[in-house]
Design a protein around this ligand. Structure first.
Ligand SMILES: Cc1cc2nc3c(=O)[nH]c(=O)nc-3n(C[C@H](O)[C@H](O)[C@H](O)COP(=O)(O)OP(=O)(O)OC[C@H]3O[C@@H](n4cnc5c(N)ncnc54)[C@H](O)[C@@H]3O)c2cc1C
Length: 442
């Protein structure tokens, strides 16, 4: 069968957050735009689903920090016509089978962590980059060892990155600042990340927004609904995608029964994948895919919890986070929860039935669910989430980004991310980059 050739101004690869916002801007400004998504659903990392009881779960716990970027909050508020709840996030930490309030002061932490903070002065810098020396000075030896030996080791993806040449010093930045007790305010915070975490930890007050109904995917659906269908064509389920390159220039993109020729290609998915196709130096053996597995539970009786989410830093638990979706939707009866676990692809091959048993046992042991509470439904999902790249691959990908800036390239990257990034950073960045791009192009 002969493939149908379609031409357009811009072809967007990837229907996640970055791709959908680009499509929204371009179509509303009258640019002929095509968005191609390989999966059957839009939203990428921000999708939701329902189980047979009609209970809504997201693909991994999701919440949007409110007013972390005013632009992002106002963008979604206007798209959803204020159909959102804004509230203070309650976060817990699960460590050594104990639940502790996030940003709790050291003297309220369980005694077995033995945190010493006597030496802390109010000008101490606990911001990134954090080092073992700095942590020991602030929290004492025992607690620092606990973070390096237990909390870090509860993240199989971080351990893989260590084996791929990343330093322990870099990896600890990803655990920090979640798993540390509250201490005095720092004075040296400068970046958006530092300032935000400083504020959250010190004020213990993190406001978030969440759609009133339908889960986190409502944010994504609202972007699509508010795009201009006259100028936007979306193709989901794109199979057998083939990119025809001339150096850094994409001549055509073929999938299903179509060939697309576009002046501009907006790359809104993994850069590792692009680098592989363009034969940039990235070594396949140095790029491990990361998997996420999700267990979504509906129980018969109420689950007693004060928290919207619990972060888990315990190598005896095969999950990194527990989320309570009904709490986020402001329901009165909380009988659902979701666990999520990240690891290098292929590291855990247990079946859905096996995970159900493992997780149920671990949740009961940690006292999250009472022994006699009956499980009514369990849903298991497994999906790929980005790449774990070696240190040298990370450098090659940066080189790729430089190549894409050359005049001969028609590939544009509205947001340069390789893993889960905070949406408050994605939204304004995509807007800025797309507007800059279209105002400077001929
Ligand atoms: C479990 C989890 C929890 C998170 N929680 C939060 C949170 O609470 N708050 C927050 O702010 N952020 C959160 N994030 C981060 C946020 O969801 C992501 O940073 C955001 O989705 C990234 O958007 P993106 O468009 O760059 O990439 P993605 O969402 O990954 O979208 C990329 C899209 O491209 C598609 N694609 C891939 N290859 C191709 C191809 N060859 N052709 C066509 N399409 C392709 C994919 O199917 C996908 O739809 C979370 C992420 C995860 C994974």
């Amino acid at each position: 069968m002969k493939k149908k050739v379609i031409t357009c101004d811009t072809l967007i690869i990837g229907g996640g957050q970055a791709g959908l916002i680009s499509a929204n801007i371009l179509s509303n400004l009258g640019y002929e735009t095509i968005l191609v998504e390989k999966s059957p659903i839009l939203g990428g990392g921000n999708s939701s689903f329902q189980n047979s009881f009609g209970d809504t779960f997201d693909y991994g716990y999701h919440a949007l920090d409110y007013n972390r970027s005013l632009f992002t909050s106002n963008f979604f508020k206007s798209l959803l016509d204020n159909e959102i709840n804004v509230f203070n996030l309650k976060r817990g930490l699960l460590l050594n089978n104990k639940i502790i309030k996030y940003a709790e002061v050291p003297n309220k932490w369980p005694k077995d962590f033995k945190i010493t903070t006597k030496k802390v002065k109010d000008n101490i810098d606990v911001n990134i980059p954090i080092t073992k020396k700095k942590l020991t000075k602030i929290y004492g030896k025992k607690f620092t060892e606990f973070i390096y030996k237990k909390v870090l080791y509860s993240y199989p993806s971080l351990i893989k990155l260590k084996s791929l040449g990343h330093s322990e010093k870099d990896l600890i930045q990803q655990v920090y600042p979640w798993f540390f007790p509250k201490i005095l305010k720092t004075k040296k915070a400068k970046t958006e990340f530092q300032l935000y975490h400083d504020k959250v930890r010190n004020e213990g007050n993190q406001k978030i927004m969440y759609p009133k109904k339908g889960g986190f995917s409502q944010f994504m659906e609202a972007i699509v609904k508010n795009s201009n269908p006259k100028y936007l064509n979306i193709f989901k389920n794109a199979q057998n995608m083939k990119f025809h390159f001339k150096d850094e220039h994409v001549k055509t993109v073929a999938f299903n029964d179509k060939i697309i020729k576009a002046k501009n290609i907006y790359w809104c998915t993994s850069l590792t994948y692009l680098a592989e196709m363009m034969n940039i130096n990235v070594k396949k053996s140095d790029a491990t895919k990361q998997e996420i597995i999700l267990g979504s539970f509906t129980f018969k009786d109420k689950i007693q919890t004060n928290y919207h989410e619990i972060l888990v830093g315990d190598p005896n638990c095969n999950f990194n986070r527990i989320g309570f979706p009904k709490k986020l939707s402001n329901d009165t009866v909380i009988n659902t929860l979701q666990v999520e676990y990240y690891f290098p692809k292929g590291e855990f091959l247990e079946t859905s039935e096996e995970w159900k048993k493992i997780w149920t046992k671990q949740l009961k042991k940690a006292g999250i669910v009472e022994e006699e509470n009956k499980l009514l439904e369990f849903d298991f999902k497994r999906y790929d989430a980005g790449y774990l790249n070696s240190d040298s691959n990370t450098k090659h990908i940066k080189e790729l980004q430089k190549k894409l800036n050359s005049k001969s390239s028609n590939i544009f990257v509205p947001f340069r991310g390789e893993g889960p990034e905070n949406i408050n950073r994605i939204v304004p960045t995509v807007f800025k980059n797309v507007i800059d791009k279209i105002t400077t192009q001929q």
